[in-house]
Design a protein around this ligand. Sequence first.
Ligand code: HEC
Ligand code: HEC
Length: 328
Amino acid sequence: MKKTIAIILIVQAIILGCQQLPSNQDTSSNVPDDSLEYIIPDTSLIPRDAFGDAVRYGRNLMEKTAFFIGPKGSNGQYTRNLMACSNCHQQAGTKPFSFNLMRSHQEYPQYRPREDKILTLAERVNNCITRPHNGRPLPYESKEMIAFLSYLKWINSFVIRKDRFAGEKNLQIQYPDIAANAKTGSVLYAQHCERCHQKKGEGLFNADTTAYLYPPLWGDLSYRKGSSMNRVTKMAGWLKANMPHQLASHTNPILSDVEALHIAAFINDESIHSRPGDATYDYPNPLTKPMDYDKGPYADPFSEEQHKNGPFPPIIKYWEEKGQKLVK
Ligand code: HEC
Ligand code: HEC
């Protein structure tokens, strides 16, 4: 990162009077300081009209997913576990380096290597309903889908510079010359994670068992096989910036890169931990398959094991020498 990232909690004075930053205009005149690249949306600025109602419901859905659309959801049964979107997209998708969603509205429709086709944002939302939440897709015309999309549009209007940093989705880590090792990961898990996520990774429900205090990391109620969180390098970047909860941050991580990789290898090891869903065989085009996707065929000579847990530098070098772009 070029410079210290400026996360500025919204300054009422800048925003009051314009209700919210307009999404399709050059907002540079609202930027008093060039380091101001990102504003955490202030929910009190959600408009008091029909669109605002959808935005508010969308934000509630992000944070109280199971309450509304979980297995016993008050407004429909879509997700099959009690996790919330914001367990991974923390602070309802606005926290930097926590699979931040502030730019998503402007970035779709987008080519997705996993399906090898262009997806709309609604289709991408449904991917998270079906994979991490092991659920069934929301109908596109449902109040819930419209609310998710309205919310994503609204937070996108707080991205000041559309061409550069806006919260960043994930932390880029350095890849060591050794493979990530589940056994080492299990020791680190006991040390850093078990006190909240529990010995068997099942997490801990809240008092009325309507949601999690600490969400599960494996088992039937966790994310499915083939969720992006199930990929070792992707999870490692997220862990480094976000876990242990409330202790780690992207500027003050607790885990080193290699520790985060070991733990991610442990959590995502299929031979130790079960999770719902069949093994999927996505990414039909080997040329756009991510480096750490653990099912071949690949456009390089490395094994499934090496693609899953590394060592990654030889894979990166191979693609560099061929002059091809490797999806990380
Ligand atoms: C177990 C963790 C997890 C949960 C729970 C989860 N997601 Fe995701 N989501 C991810 C990961 C990982 C990605 C991919 C991020 C990346 O590629 O950097 C993602 C990506 C997305 C994207 C695409 C972002 C972009 O800009 O490309 C959207 C939109 C999204 N999620 C919405 C949701 C919604 C809505 C929910 C709740 C119904 C949800 N997610 C629940 C892990 C999760
Ligand atoms: C102090 C308690 C605590 C500790 C310690 C902790 N976590 Fe978490 N973890 C949480 C909470 C709370 C959330 C949900 C965050 C939210 O909703 O904002 C979470 C979310 C997660 C998630 C995303 C949701 C899911 O269940 O898939 C993962 C993955 C995760 N933690 C892994 C870890 C790992 C690995 C460690 C150890 C390095 C760790 N956590 C340490 C409390 C903790």
